[in-house]
Design a protein around this ligand. Structure first.
Ligand SMILES: [Zn+2]
Length: 459
């Protein structure tokens, strides 16, 4: 049983991300029955007792991180197989994903969860990649993580292997998925509708799914837009931009999360802001995939319009890592370079997207995303007794520009310590690593998808 109460005492800094964005030096946090009951100076909480007390003198505490777009399913066992000239090998990606067995997906998911929690992520949205959620449920429970899950559906042809059904069946499958999954694991699982994209779904299917999520007070996410080619295709098919098309069929709003969102024009930016639609952007995927952030990236304009943006890592063969600290770093630096302007995406904005704004983008901001009394106790403690944290004057700058997920010392979800002084307790990591390597070998042999392992001679 987890302790009923937990206190982090004398934290070097607490970055609350509360409405005033208070940063508390020599701070303390008390969590009872999974919720934060007190936050303040250590001296103010001196008399507060707890079942467990963590000495925070070397720790910087932040809210837990939200990963708003992350395919957990297929990539870990074949991470890094694609040579750089195959930067976006989508056909292979979806064939590998389609070939995963239940056992393979379970172990792949376990490895993804280890990487997520050890890097401070407390909640991730998998946009419908997981084929065997029943098999993965135990992994989610053991890891203690929050998951936004759904079943990927389409009803139109696609250039790669995606689950495709007649529209009524796709809707029925989504309805039963929501009924089965929403609220499980003490509310840590949320179920959403997950049509793959507007290109692969009919207007009728998208409209029906939006009606379902409106009625059931849940969310819908889809891949959206990627540069000028996608725009030309949308204009050719629908006569309007991709975003205007979605608005015309009623598929925008605060419960719709658009993933990637590269290549938006001014009218689309206004439309997203006007409708309260939220966005998940994957800055490392954009950079590594050569997606043209200087030309297509509009993160500063979305933020200026008040749009809630979550950060995502996409697939571990796109960003290649599941580290939200590195993702924040990329978000903060890539627009400075793209616009040749160091005022773009301050470190504070990057941290907001990974925490409170990410939670809001996923519809979870009332309960999560900041360190405030009444919110759920999801916390990350960074270890400052490391070279990259020296010298320490502005903890937000140190976190976003100096650190990475390797200084995540302790992670708390629902008041339960899930990473304790760098260690998680739900899986034997060396055994899991060997297993996933074997799965990768089998998967490549079975699908015939493999590439020369190195440009350099490997003996
Ligand atoms: Zn995706």
């Amino acid at each position: 049983m987890p302790p009923q109460s937990l206190k982090i005492d004398h934290a070097r800094y607490v970055l609350t991300l509360d409405p005033q964005r208070r940063i508390i030096q020599d701070g303390a946090i008390l969590a009872e029955n999974g919720r934060i009951t007190r936050v303040g100076k250590a001296a103010e909480l001196a008399e507060a007792r707890a079942d467990r007390v963590i000495d925070g003198r070397h720790l910087v505490i932040t809210p837990g991180f939200f990963n708003g777009h992350m395919h957990i399913s297929y990539a870990h066992p074949v991470r890094g197989i694609f040579p750089d000239e195959q930067a976006s090998p989508l056909v292979h990606v979806f064939n590998l994903q389609a070939a995963m067995t239940e056992d393979e997906e379970y172990h792949t998911t376990l490895l993804g969860l280890v990487e997520l929690v050890r890097n401070g992520t407390v909640c991730f949205l998998d946009p419908g990649s997981t084929k065997f959620p029943d098999a993965c449920l135990q992994a989610y429970e053991d890891a203690g993580i929050r998951v936004v899950l759904g079943e990927c559906v389409t009803d139109q042809p696609a250039p790669f292997t995606l689950p495709r059904y007649p529209a009524p069946e796709a809707v029925a499958r989504t309805v039963s998925f929501l009924a089965k999954w929403n609220g499980r694991l003490d509310g840590r699982i949320r179920a959403w509708a997950m049509p793959f994209s507007y290109e692969t779904c009919s207007a009728g299917l998208l409209e029906s799914l939006k009606r379902v999520v409106d009625e059931q007070h849940t969310g819908l996410t889809l891949h959206h837009n990627s540069g000028s080619k996608a725009r030309q295709d949308a204009v050719a098919r629908h006569g309007v931009s991709p975003t205007a098309y979605l608005e015309s069929i009623g598929v925008l709003g605060p419960n719709v999360l658009l993933a990637h969102c590269l290549g938006l024009d001014e009218a689309e930016l206004d439309c997203i802001a006007r409708t309260g639609t939220t966005v998940a952007m994957c800055p490392v995927t954009a950079a590594k995939g050569g997606r043209g952030v200087p030309e297509h990236g509009r993160m500063p304009e979305l933020l200026a319009r008040g749009v809630r943006i979550a950060l995502g890592c996409d697939s571990p063969n796109n960003s290649n890592h599941l580290d939200m600290v590195r993702t924040m770093n990329m978000a903060a630096i890539q627009y400075k370079d793209a616009r040749q302007d160091t005022r773009q995406i301050p470190a504070e904005a990057a941290l907001e997207m990974a925490t409170i704004h990410g939670a809001e983008a996923l519809g979870l901001g009332a309960e999560l995303g900041s360190i405030e009394v009444g919110k759920k106790a999801d916390l990350v403690a960074f270890d400052t007794l490391r070279p990259e944290w020296q010298a320490l004057w502005n903890p937000v700058n140190n976190l976003v520009y100096n650190a990475d997920g390797r200084s995540v010392h302790t992670v708390v979800i629902d008041g339960r310590v899930v990473v304790d002084a760098y260690r998680q307790a739900f899986v034997d990591e060396p055994r899991l690593y060997a297993r996933v390597q074997e799965i990768g070998e089998r998967l490549q042999a079975r699908t015939g998808i493999s590439f020369p392992r190195s440009r350099w001679p490997m003996s």
